[in-house]
Design a binder for this molecule. Structure first.
Ligand code: DI6
Ligand code: FE
Length: 403
């Protein structure tokens, strides 16, 4: 097949942000008066409309912008209940740690998640997923981690996979059994990790695309995460890690040693961690929604990541406790205003680099022949408008695998 061969569908008279280059205006990223052709759900042509092949169906974009479909590469979209009452307690002065010690926090969401059926978890997640989709998201990652036992982690991962059957969206799943210590294992984090490795991981491996963990004083130690990662590698799964969110336990460097797809949060990341990530090709996933909602003040070392060439992704971290955020556009705005990312970095963060954080860079994330035809078509004059507005949704149309 050649680029010239007839397409099933062609989007014409569009301005294309391809995501291929390194900066807006380099000429690599932007194609004025461009067109995208699709065959079999895959991009067959990207280039000037003047050179576009024929197509069975032609869609005139009237000068609108097209970007790759957006990718939310870090979410906890599937969970029971919410934590609005804890939010009120925090507004009244209680801390996240105090609430957790009083039986709230992650464990309260664990209880609500265990009490819900798989169907109920799917139904509860759909409005959140729909909010993401309405803003042009075509790929979403969903973590387990509120079941914290075999039965309920399986239920969460099944619910996550089912979301992809309920809506036109690609779902990537991560097994986050090492998110918090369930009450059954109180005081025995090592015993819980043994249980995850021996009993849970072998049975969830076929439902998960990656293994994640929470490396933190209130989560799991680097030594415990390392044991989990050894087991993950043995079962053939790539790893990623919540690292350096509240303190620096050198989790990012640990993740890099295992060739992790990503290390996420990273507020307390140091130079050695940056260098380790750069060396391993591990993506940084920045989560400004959690930073904002927790009124954090320590900003991730953006300039060091930039200098080292670490791919920076941006995601919602949609979860009931620390980031009840279902807008990837707002995450972009926060990435710019709170973390100092450029417009170009924000766009790459929710497309090309987000694909990388999921190991899907060969399939999605840029406008390129051979990739899935996942597109977001926008009513904007310039890409900065995607990052600039807060609460306005300029999506004109969304295309998932060609339709
Ligand atoms: N880091 C976070 O910010 C969330 N999980 C994690 O590992 C918190 C999740 C929650 O509070 O429910
Ligand atoms: Fe998270």
């Amino acid at each position: 097949m050649t680029m010239r061969e007839r397409c099933e569908r062609l989007w014409t008279d569009a301005r294309l942000w391809t995501g291929l280059g390194t900066g807006l205006g380099t000429g690599l990223d932007l194609i004025e008066r461009g067109a995208i052709g699709m065959r079999g759900g895959v991009i067959a042509y990207v280039g000037p409309m003047a050179e576009a092949p024929d197509a069975e169906q032609v869609i005139d974009c009237a000068g609108r912008w097209i970007t790759p479909g957006l990718i939310d590469c870090h979410t906890h979209l599937v969970h029971g209940g919410d934590r609005a009452a804890e939010f009120e307690m925090r507004l009244a002065g209680a801390s996240y740690e105090e609430i957790a010690r009083a039986g709230g926090g992650i464990v309260s969401t664990m209880r609500a998640t265990r009490a819900a059926s798989e169907e109920e978890l799917v139904a509860a997640a759909l409005p959140r997923l729909d909010a993401l989709i309405a803003e042009g998201v075509t790929t979403v990652e969903v973590k387990s981690g509120y079941g914290l036992d075999l039965e309920n982690e399986v239920k969460m991962l099944r619910a996550a996979r089912r979301l992809g059957g309920e809506r036109p969206v690609s779902v990537a799943t991560s097994f986050l059994g090492a998110h918090a210590l369930p009450p059954e294992f109180a005081g025995d984090a090592d015993g819980y990790i043994d249980h995850l490795i021996g009993e849970v991981l072998p049975r969830v491996a076929s439902l998960a695309d990656a293994v994640d963990g929470f490396c933190e004083g209130i989560g799991f130690s680097p030594a415990q995460i390392e044991r989990l990662f050894v087991a993950a590698k043995r079962s053939g799964l790539p790893v990623k890690l919540h690292a350096e969110q509240l303190s620096n336990l050198h989790g990012a460097a640990l993740a890099a040693r295992f060739g992790a797809l990503s290390a996420d949060h990273l507020e307390h990341l140091d130079e050695a961690g940056v260098a380790a990530m750069a060396g391993a090709g591990t993506a940084a996933v920045l989560l400004p929604g959690a930073f904002y909602f927790m009124r954090d003040t320590k900003v991730p070392p953006i300039e060091a990541l930039r200098r080292a060439g670490v791919p920076m992704a941006l995601a919602t971290d949609c979860n009931p406790g620390t980031s009840p955020l279902t807008s990837l556009l707002l995450a972009m705005n926060m990435g710019a205003t709170l973390f100092g990312l450029t417009v170009e970095e924000c766009l790459a963060g929710v497309t090309r680099h987000a694909a990388r954080a999921l190991g899907l860079q060969d399939r999605v994330g840029t406008l390129e022949a051979g990739k899935r035809c996942d597109l977001a078509i926008w009513d904007i004059e310039r890409p900065a408008q995607l990052v600039y507005r807060m609460g306005l949704n300029p999506l004109h149309a969304r295309v998932w695998r060609g339709s």
